[in-house]
Ligand binder design. Structure first.
Ligand code: OSB
Ligand code: MG
Length: 364
């Protein structure tokens, strides 16, 4: 297969509810939609879901845009491939820049699955018909606001609730939620906001029956995570620490984490996410980056793989967007999201809506 045409679109969508983490607050998101057109005119869609600023990883929308135009597009146009993993291998000549690469890799998988007439989940090797959905809740102005959000999402049927924590917003809000919901599956995510070696908060949280504690320390602090895991029984889950499949192997060898958050965006696409799933050997779940419908559909497809045994951050589009970029939104019902059975991503891009939300277009 050869790609004859690449299009990149910067697309903005407002969030229905402000999302705050330890490092930033967001009301609107801008992601890059990637389309790859084959010789027969068939089109595959992908999404680079980088945050705007370099606070989650080093990437930004601007860095993705620059790397996609100057380095990834020329590689895609020059590479002859039979399977998406071959294109991903060529793109991996670019170091890092995983969010940028993910947009191209997803588009290649969509195109390839459509060409073969199979749903993306089946193309990846997944068999599940539905996947369990969890939600991620940001830091709220007050504990009552957080309780309102938790009540709403549990009433909607979500199977697990993840709560963002940061210094000053940790033990008290989590205890309040735990008192109201003594057994509901809860976990916390610190996005690396605590200094390595700072164990006190996590020792207190260790008594609250959490499913896991996600990314307590900064990404490269693997030894600090390993030392913390020795002191607490709640499994540590690593997110930002695992950019490469090799990071996963290091984490497991060090016992720096016992659960893995696999993110298509963070790892550079479905190809590395699939390898991470195959190699993990510990419980995994699929994390999200507030993806629009294209990236969200890729996440749903990945979750159909057998190793995704924990509920994932694959909430319905409506949790984030009043209107999504696909003609039909992704829906969570009773905490389950259906895995599409039509070829490719299983969702169609809403071209007219996307055109109205596009702030920049690149074609090659
Ligand atoms: O750490 O999982 C994270 C969003 C932006 C940056 C980092 C994270 C998140 C989320 C969102 O938690 C989860 C989702 O997409 O539903
Ligand atoms: Mg996280």
């Amino acid at each position: 297969m050869r790609i004859e045409r690449v299009e990149l679109r910067r697309v903005r969508l407002p969030l229905v509810h402000e999302f705050r983490t330890s490092s930033h607050a967001k009301r609107e998101l801008e992601h890059i939609l990637v389309t790859l057109t084959g010789a027969d005119g068939a089109v595959g869609w992908g999404e680079s879901a980088s945050p705007s600023g370099p606070f989650y990883s080093a990437e930004t929308v601007d860095s993705c845009w620059a790397v996609a135009r100057s380095f990834l597009t020329p590689i895609v146009l020059a590479t002859e491939w039979e399977h998406p993993a071959e294109l991903a291998g060529a793109l991996a000549r670019v170091r890092g820049n995983h969010f940028a690469r993910a947009g191209f890799d997803i588009a290649a998988w969509d195109l390839w699955a459509r060409a073969n007439g199979v749903p993306l989940a089946r193309a990846l090797g997944g068999q599940r018909a539905t996947v369990e959905a969890g939600v991620s809740l940001g830091i709220e102005p007050a504990i009552d606001d957080l309780l309102t959000q938790v009540d709403l999402r549990i009433a909607e049927g979500y199977r697990r609730v993840k709560l963002k924590i940061a210094p000053g917003w940790d033990v008290a809000p989590i205890k309040a939620i735990r008192e109201k919901y003594p057994t509901f599956p809860l976990h916390v995510d610190a996005n690396g906001a605590y200094p390595p070696g700072d164990t006190g908060v996590f020792e207190e949280l260790d008594d609250l029956g959490l499913l896991m504690i996600e990314q307590p320390y900064p990404p490269r602090a693997l030894l600090a995570h390993a030392e913390l895991q020795q002191r607490i029984t709640t499994p540590i889950c690593l997110d930002e620490s695992i950019e490469e499949v090799d990071d996963l192997l290091t984490v497991l060898r060090l016992d720096a984490g016992r659960i893995i958050n696999i993110k298509v965006s963070r790892m550079g696409g479905l190809t590395p996410a699939l390898r991470a799933h195959d190699l993990a050997g510990v419980p995994v779940w699929c994390g999200g980056m507030h993806e629009f419908g294209i990236g969200r559909a890729a996440n749903v497809a990945l979750c159909a793989l057998p190793g995704f045994t924990l509920p994932s951050d694959v909430s319905g589009s409506d949790k984030y967007y009043a209107r999504d970029v696909t003609t039909a939104p992704i829906v969570s019902s009773g905490g389950l999201v259906d895995v599409p059975t039509t070829p490719g991503l299983g969702f169609e891009a809403d071209l007219e809506f996307i055109a109205g939300r596009t702030t920049d277009l690149f074609q090659a």
